[in-house]
Write a new protein. Sequence first.
Lengths: 311, 270
Amino acid sequence: MSLLVGSLTIGFILSLLALGVYISFRIFDFPDITAEGSITLGAAFTSTLLVKNLHPLLATPLAFFAGGLAGAVTAILAMKFNINKLLAGIMTMTALYSVNLRIMGRSNVPLMNERTLASEVETLSHRLLGTTTVSVLRWEVSAQDLGQLVLCPLLIALVALVLYIFFRTNVGTAMRGTGDNAQMVRAQGVDDSTMIILGLALSNGLIALSGAILAQYQGFADVQMGIGMVVWGLASVIIGEALVGTRELDYTIIGAVMGSVLFRLLVAIALRWGMNPNDLKLITAAFVFLALITPKLVPFLRARKRRFAHA
Amino acid sequence: MLEINGVRKTFHAGSVNEVRALQGVTLSIQDGSFTVVIGTNGSGKSTLLNAVAGSFLVDEGTLHVAGRDVTLWPEYRRAAMFGRVFQNPFSGTCPQLSIAENFALAARRGFRRGLGWAVNAGLRRELREVVAGLGMGLENRLDTPIGTLSGGQRQALTLLMATWQKPKLLLLDEHTAALDPKSADQIVTLTENIIVRERLTALMVTHSMQQAARVGDRLVMMHRGQLIEDFAGERKKRVRAEELLERFEELRRSELLDESAAEMLERCYV
C-alpha cells in the first residue's frame, strides 16, 4: 500500500516535469533537453536555501525562477545566436552540472533534519488527524504519506488550471501560435524569439519546481537526479496523449498529468515484479521509441499487408 | 506611403548559387493606391514584397513606410503597419489553433499582448458577423482548428485577418496562385471589395497577366531584379493582358538573341 501511495505521490510531483516537457516539445516543437539540468537545479537551489533555514513555502517557489533562467539561456542560445536547438540544450545542461555542484557545494544535500514541505505536511497531518497512522481500506498508511497524497494533486490541479488559463490569454495564444506557425505570428507583429524565450523559461521553471518538491519528498538533492528526465517526461506526455486521444489544449494538459501518474505506477509495478532498477532508463527509452514509431508503423504494416494480399 | 529607394539584395553572395534578386529597385507608392507587380519567374517580384515586409534585411538602399525609416526593423516590428497574405494558404494561419484564436492573434496586431482573454465575447460577436459576410458558412465553426479548412477558405480568412486592424499597407504575395480557378476568382473579388471598402493602400504581386490587367490602379513590371515598366493612371486602365504578354515575349526574344549571339561568338573565338 505504501508503495502505491508513494508512486502516486511521485507521479504527481513529476507531472510538473511532464507539463514542462509538454510545453517545450509539444507547444513549441522545441526539443529542449535543458530539463535534465533544470530539474536538478530546482532541487539543488531549494535544498541549499532550506539548509540555510529559509521557510519551505518561500524556498520552493524560488526554484521556479532559477529553472526559468536556465530555460531562457537555452532559448537565447538557440534564437539569438542561431545555435542548433538540441546543442543549445546540451550546452546549458552541461553548464548546469557545474552550477548545481557550486550551489550545493557537494554532490548530495540531505534534508532529513531540515524544515521542508514534507516535514510541514507531516506536522500538519498529525495535528489534523491526531495520529501518525491511518487505516485506509484496512491498510495502515502513515498520516504524512496520506497528507502528501492529498496535497500534491491539489497543487498540480492549481498549476494545471493556471497554465490552461494562461494559454488562453493573448500572450499564451501568441505562444501556441509561435510553435504552430512562426511565420504567421511574425506577420501578426509577434516577436517569436521572445515568445520562445518566455515559453522555455516557463517550461523549465515548472521542471525546476518539480525537482524542488521531489528533493523534499525523497529527503535529499543529488547532482545526478536529472539523468534521463527528458525521456521520462516525454514518456508521460505520450501516455497522456494516448489516454485523452486528442491534441486539444485542455485535454492534453490533463493528459500530461495522468500520463505521469500512470507511468510512475507502471514503473512501480514493473520494479515490484522484479525488474532490475538499473534497466529502468533503457526500458523507458525503448518505450518512448515504440510510442514514437507506432503511429508510423501501423499504416506501413497495413499497406504492406495489402500489397501481399494482392500479390 | 511606401518609399523603396535603390534597394539591392543578393542571395548566397560569392557562391555558385549567387542570385542577384533585386538590382536597384526604386518605387514610390502613393497613399490609397492599389499597385500590382508583375513579372516572370525569378524576376524578383516576390523578393521585393518580402524585402518590404522584412523577411530579410536588404544589402543596399532604404525603405520608408509612412515617413519612417524601417530599413533595419525586424519583420515582427514592421508587421504593426502591414497586413500580409502569402502565396501558400498554410503560411498565413496557425493550423492547430481555432478560427477564433487565429483572429485573436490578428486582432492584437500592432498592440501589446497582455494577459487579457484572447477569444473574448466582443471579438466572437464581431467575428461571427464578419465571417458570415464571406458566405462560406464558417461563422458556425469558429472553434474548429483552422487546419481542417480548404486552401480557399484559409486564404479568405487570412485576408480578413490581414485587414482586421487596418494596415497602412496591404501586402499580397501571389495570394491566389495556389488556389483552384474558382477559389482564386472569389479571393480576387474579395480582395478588391475589401480594398475599396476600407480604402486601403495595397501592393499585390501576381504572375497572372489577366489579373494584372484587371485589378489595381497602377501596374509595374519586373524583370531580372529591376523595374522595367510602370503603367499608371489612364495607361493602366487601357492596358490589356495580351499587351503585357507581348512585352514579356519581346524581352524573352531579345534575351534569346543575346544568348545565341554569345554562343556564336564563343564558337568562333574560343
